[in-house]
Ligand binder design. Structure first.
Ligand code: DC
Length: 225
């Protein structure tokens, strides 16, 4: 039987983690787990229930009733709702860092994330995967890119998904989320000491994917079949 491998890819918002992680998982036959989508789905649910995501008590009170499912086809379900598109919209993007800063919500979602990585090989992307969720991951990558590069990428991604935004709003949102994500008390965004840094500012997607595959091969011997 093949060994179970965990690949953790952390880094700031819009650094291209999910694009790279998804492609690497597909090539290696691993399961891709987008933990940001889980925090986004929770945020969507809080708003859907008419609560304010800035209200920690009201948001955490919803933990027992929230069911989040990441489907194989990339669909994100929250309870009976397909929220795949809604979780990328500015209302959710602008509020998700508050939800992600609440310890009780993090603990609930981290339990789910660890359970997902227990029985199969995964590529998991997020902010705290290498430092907190999977501290024993065989491969840890800290993927970065300049704020300007990240804002342009997220802006173009929004355009392609038909989500109306302006470049300056996206850049402001990226800067705001960087600050909140790296300054929260519990499991903040920071590189694990044993992570490999990957700056994708001047790399194409293919070059970034190749770099990650090379790091995985170096660390584990695993490569595309
Ligand atoms: O990767 P993303 O932009 O979809 O993440 C959405 C938000 O969720 C981001 O602002 C930080 C938070 N997040 C987190 O705190 N921990 C994770 N493991 C993943 C995301």
């Amino acid at each position: 039987m093949d060994p179970i491998i965990s690949v953790a890819i952390d880094g700031p918002a819009a650094a291209g983690k999910s694009t790279v992680a998804k492609a690497v998982a597909k090539i290696l036959g691993f399961t891709y787990i987008d933990t940001g989508a889980m925090y986004r789905a929770f945020t969507w649910y809080v708003i859907h229930k008419g609560e304010d995501p800035k209200d920690e008590r009201a948001s955490c009170a919803l933990i027992p009733e929230v069911k989040i499912e990441l489907c194989e086809d990339g669909k994100v379900m929250c309870n009976e709702f397909d929220v795949t598109k809604e979780i990328r919209e500015p209302l959710v993007s602008g509020n998700v860092s508050y939800i992600a800063s609440y310890k009780d919500i993090r603990l609930a979602l981290v339990d789910m994330q660890r359970a997902m990585a227990q029985s199969k090989s995964v590529v998991m992307d997020g902010r705290d995967i290498g430092t907190y969720v999977l501290p024993d991951a065989q491969v840890k990558i800290y993927q970065i890119a300049s704020v300007e590069t990240r804002a342009v990428r997220r802006y173009e991604e929004n355009l392609s998904k038909g989500i109306p935004t302006s470049l300056s709003d996206v850049e402001e949102d990226v800067r705001k989320r960087d600050y909140i994500d790296s300054h929260r008390d519990f499991a903040p965004l920071r590189p694990a000491p044993d992570s490999v840094f990957l700056d994708t500012s001047f790399l194409t997607i293919e070059e970034s994917v190749d770099s990650v595959l090379r790091i995985i091969k170096d660390k584990t011997g695993v490569c595309a079949k």
